[in-house]
Write a protein that binds this ligand. Structure first.
Ligand code: PEP
Ligand code: MG
Length: 296
């Protein structure tokens, strides 16, 4: 089996009838980078930047972040690295933020909400990402979007940081793509409107399932109820893909469902353009894609 997987390296992620998609990898720690290369991922589709902020009492400096993003971008040598901005709160604890205790943290102060409320922290991260973008191909992605104004606001802050860098003559990639995660039912339902504001979508099936099915994604006792194949979830995914393509943008998927080979064909038929999965799932997914014939 291992040898079979080795043979898939360097081959395109393309169906029997020639429909090509991209299979990228998710990165949840700096040590994942080696696995991304080893498994021949076509890019990093989800760089979970929050790991830099977790398990410590102080916030990481711009320089510390810059070095980590730059390392990831240089490691990928021209392949796209999609850096997701801070996604803490709920299942992702970060003590340096001193977040208030909440009754329902999954419905509380987390992800983009924290960034918009504390723009100084957000700006430090954006500056680090922008500076690192000069060293290869980076993209930026905002998590847990539920409305258009959040995208406007986040982009406004990003533009402020760009102008500050321009003023200082600091280099960055002026053509860097800006996207959002579609991982809330609200975002999927207004994906026609959101698609006009960004360069791409990435569907986060973990949170999309949690919020659609009203099932805590971390709960062991509820695991029988956590069914990402639920028709409601699939309908939201389909709607998101259709609205992305209508607006002429590409759409990826970076939740766990992307590596569920039993449903790969469905997503290819829907038109998902990119999958980002755990590094060890890259080659099995490529193998599955190469066995599917969409003309049948
Ligand atoms: C998701 O929610 O599906 C996702 C990819 O992000 P995370 O698992 O980091 O919340
Ligand atoms: Mg998520």
């Amino acid at each position: 089996l291992k040898e079979l997987m080795q043979q898939l390296k360097g081959l395109p992620s393309e169906t029997v009838d020639g429909h090509r998609v991209e299979v990228a990898a998710n990165v949840s720690s700096a040590s994942d980078l080696a696995a991304v290369l080893k498994n021949d991922a076509e890019g990093i589709g989800l760089f979970r930047s929050e790991f830099i902020y977790m398990g410590r009492d102080t916030l990481p400096s711009e320089e510390e972040q810059f070095n980590i993003y730059k390392l990831a971008i240089e490691t990928m040598a021209g392949k796209r690295v999609i850096i997701r901005t801070l996604d803490i709160g709920a299942d992702k604890e970060a003590s340096a933020f001193h977040l208030p205790k909440e009754e329902n943290p999954a419905l509380g102060m987390r992800a983009i909400r924290i960034c918009l409320k504390r723009p100084e922290i957000f700006k430090t991260q954006l500056r680090a990402i922008l500076r690192a973008s000069a060293f290869g191909k980076a993209a930026i992605m905002f998590p847990l979007i539920t409305s258009v104004w959040e995208v406007w606001k986040a982009r406004e802050i990003l533009d402020e940081v760009r102008m500050e860098l321009d003023k200082k003559g600091i280099a960055y990639d002026h053509h860097m793509e800006v996207g959002i995660m579609v991982e809330t039912p609200a975002a999927a339902l207004i994906s026609d409107k959101l698609a006009k504001e960004v360069d791409f979508f990435s569907i986060g099936t973990n949170d999309l399932s949690q919020y659609t099915l009203v099932v805590d994604r971390t709960s062991r006792v509820l695991s029988d109820f956590f069914n990402p194949h639920h028709p409601a979830v699939l309908k939201l995914i389909q709607m998101t893909v259709e609205n992305a393509h209508k607006a002429g943008i590409w759409v990826g998927m970076c939740g766990e469902l992307g590596s569920d080979l039993s449903i790969t064909e469905t997503f290819l038929r829907m038109g998902v353009d990119e999958f980002s999965v755990a590094p060890y799932s890259v080659l099995p997914l490529r193998k599955q894609i190469r066995s599917i014939d969409l003309s049948k």
